[in-house]
Design a protein around this ligand. Structure first.
Ligand code: ASP
Ligand code: MG
Length: 651
């Protein structure tokens, strides 16, 4: 036995009813069906209105309702069948005019199911309309299941020839067998009672949404269909305001061990939702949010399947705090969180919770290597920002931490990002495997990008093939948009004529400090500008790395051996000099460019004359730019570097 229930919108008009008839006829090919239907949409509301109206107005309203049904009949039936069906509706209409006003609301289901039953019968199916008033009995306001189940079974068993039973939802009989109702939205409940009584193997609730959703899609666009959820979670959502299901429906189905399928009559192929004995897992997960408004407070129930970790609950609270949402109440109810917020903040709270719990795909998953100045600053900025970033793992080690990489690669997804804030010489060996595993890379590690050209090219290639990004804007000129500017020229066939990079923070500091060289160098070392071994800076090691990165960004396959380096000689340094790494177009060289790093005298008119302290400057000349592009600004600072790394993560 299958029980199929259709809501008001699924039988709203002739087109909708035809869809229902299709679905039911197909189902009846497999097994017997009990078709439970609501009134056509709006009918119950209209009947309730009529029950409180003046005689004249009542007559008009009830006439209007009859006409609506006639219109459906005129489209679904012809000839004698149309005449007969209209006649049946006319009879019900007469009874309605004579009924007690309290009973009006029960008539909507009589109209709709009469039409459905007639149509199925005319189509040749063995159909029987059964009277829910007689079969479902209420005692002191609740359903007498024992009696009702027995009656339902008796009637169904006494009609073995019948293929489709058609039953009105929502209505039942009271102790005196007088008509009563099961509460607004009660047709779902009727269906569950029929299913439980008959031990049905299928219970389908057909509606006009794709299923039970993570929240009301009218309020949060990104609401998703929940494919499976437990009876408990479904009950919890339904009893806290989710309109898709009438909460009392859950109990009969659960007691009888019948799954409840929620399906979309507008798109029957969709999978919908299944409410079942979903084993509550040890590590629970959020399943949906129901919202209900009481006066000027909104109550949000964030429902879970299984037990939610305390940390997740704290995270929810933190998210709301960050958005300044006042929590009038925040209660952990075991399998759900009950939140009360001012109505004015309800939609914001709903969107925030939904985003946090169900739109995690938008989150960047960051795996950070290196907890030095930049790494630590990055963690701080992320913690303070609103950015949707999950820090999945941190490796404090400067070199390879196998476990860290293994975890990252196991969890790889298109939104995973490996962030290298180390200054490891060897960590670059991981770049290709990481990219190939489908993980993006953001690096502030200059050493990793200034490896031999073949290795660099392999990284770029892996990134391209696996469609992941490899970003390293901070490796030269920290926060200055240097690489971006060069890459833009290179990509738009604007040939680079020269790049002059005054990017050594150490030397810029020394040269502009007006202190004697040795003293200035010592100070630079103290404030952490220099390499661990400051002679590296004087030998141009750091400048070499930067120049390699710059040149390659411009499309030049520069290697270290191609760079002419004149180390800084302490006693020859004068303040009208700058330490310049340059790349100049030169057709006589095999590469097409000449690269050098040296102290250069610059006259008063040279832009680098204006540099102060640790500032950096890059001067780019290209064919189409009539005057050079000059990028100047602060060249160091952990917070600044970190914010630029964050930009690489997010952009
Ligand atoms: N027709 C009734 C109502 O509008 C019952 C139902 O649709 O489930 O409440
Ligand atoms: Mg309903």
């Amino acid at each position: 036995m299958q029980v199929l229930k259709f809501g008001g919108s699924s039988v709203a008009d002739a087109t909708a009813m035809s869809r229902v008839l299709d679905i039911v006829s197909k189902a009846a090919e497999k097994d017997k069906v009990v078709l439970v239907s609501s009134a056509i949409s709006g009918a119950t509301d209209l009947l309730i209105k009529a029950s409180g109206s003046s005689e004249e107005e009542r007559n008009a309203l009830l006439e209007e309702l009859k006409k609506k049904h006639f219109k459906i009949i005129e489209r679904l039936f012809t000839g004698r069948e149309q005449f007969d069906t209209k006649e049946s509706i006319e009879q019900i209409h007469k009874r309605l005019l004579e009924a007690r006003r309290d009973d009006y609301q029960a008539f909507g289901e009589l109209f709709s199911t009469t039409i459905l039953a007639k149509k199925l019968a005319y189509e040749g199916l063995d159909t029987l309309w059964i009277d829910s008033v007689d079969l479902i009995r209420c005692k002191m306001g609740s359903v007498d299941k024992e009696y009702s189940y027995k009656r339902i079974r008796e009637v169904v068993e006494s009609h073995p020839e019948i293929r489709v039973f058609v039953a009105p939802g929502f209505i039942a009989g009271d102790e005196n067998a007088q008509i009563c109702t099961l509460g607004r939205g009660g047709s779902d409940y009727s269906a569950a009672l029929y299913a439980a009584a008959l031990g049905a193997n299928t219970l389908q609730i057909w509606t006009d949404v794709p299923g039970i959703m993570t929240t009301n899609p009218k309020e949060v666009k990104k609401a998703q269909t929940i494919s499976r959820l437990s009876y408990q979670a479904a009950f919890c959502l339904a009893s806290h305001g989710a309109k898709v299901l009438y909460a009392p429906t859950v109990a009969p189905a659960q007691e009888a061990g019948i799954d409840i399928q929620i399906l979309n009559s507008l798109d029957p192929k969709q999978k919908g939702s299944v409410i079942c004995d979903y084993p509550a897992r040890e590590e629970g997960e959020w399943i949906g949010i129901a919202k209900r408004v009481c006066g000027d407070t909104a109550e949000l129930a964030l429902v879970a399947d299984g037990k939610i970790a305390q940390q997740s609950i704290e995270d929810v609270r933190m998210r709301l705090n960050k958005r300044d949402i006042s929590q009038l109440e925040f209660r952990d109810e075991g399998n759900y969180l009950l939140l009360k917020v001012p109505v004015s903040q309800a939609l914001d709270a709903l969107a925030t919770l939904h985003y946090f719990c169900f739109e995690k795909d938008d989150y960047r998953k960051v795996y950070l290597a290196g907890k030095g100045a930049v790494g630590s600053a990055l963690l701080k900025i992320i913690a303070e920002s609103d950015a949707n970033i999950d820090i999945c793992a941190i490796s404090a080690h400067e070199c390879e931490d196998e476990a860290f990489f293994r975890k990252m690669m196991e969890e790889a997804s298109p939104n995973s990002i490996f962030v290298d804030c180390t200054d490891s010489e060897s960590i670059w060996k991981w770049y290709v495997p990481v990219l190939e595993a489908g993980i993006n890379i953001v690096s502030s590690n200059r050493r990793a990008l200034s490896v031999p050209y073949a290795e660099y090219a392999a990284m770029k290639r892996s990134a391209r093939l696996s469609r992941r990004f490899l970003r390293y804007e901070t490796t030269v000129g920290t926060a200055l948009p240097v690489l971006f500017s060069i890459a833009t020229s290179a990509a738009s066939s604007d040939e680079i004529l020269s790049i002059e990079a005054v990017v050594s923070c150490t030397l810029n500091f020394i040269l502009t400090s007006e202190l004697p060289f040795a003293q200035a160098l010592k100070k630079a070392q103290e404030i952490g500008l220099t390499e661990k071994d400051p002679s590296q800076d004087l030998l141009g090691r750091d400048a070499t790395r930067k120049l390699l990165i710059l040149a390659r960004e411009a499309g030049v396959k520069l290697e270290e051996k191609d760079i002419e380096i004149e180390p800084v000689e302490e006693d020859k340094v004068r303040s009208n000099q700058r330490f310049v790494a340059s790349l100049v177009k030169d057709d006589s060289s095999a590469l097409g460019y000449k690269a050098s790093i040296r102290m250069k005298e610059i006259d008063e008119t040279h832009p680098a004359r204006s540099l102060k302290g640790t500032e950096n400057m890059i001067i780019i000349r290209s064919t189409y730019q009539p005057s050079p592009l000059i990028i100047q600004g602060a060249g160091e600072g952990a917070m600044m570097a970190a914010s630029r790394v964050l930009n690489d993560i997010l952009r």
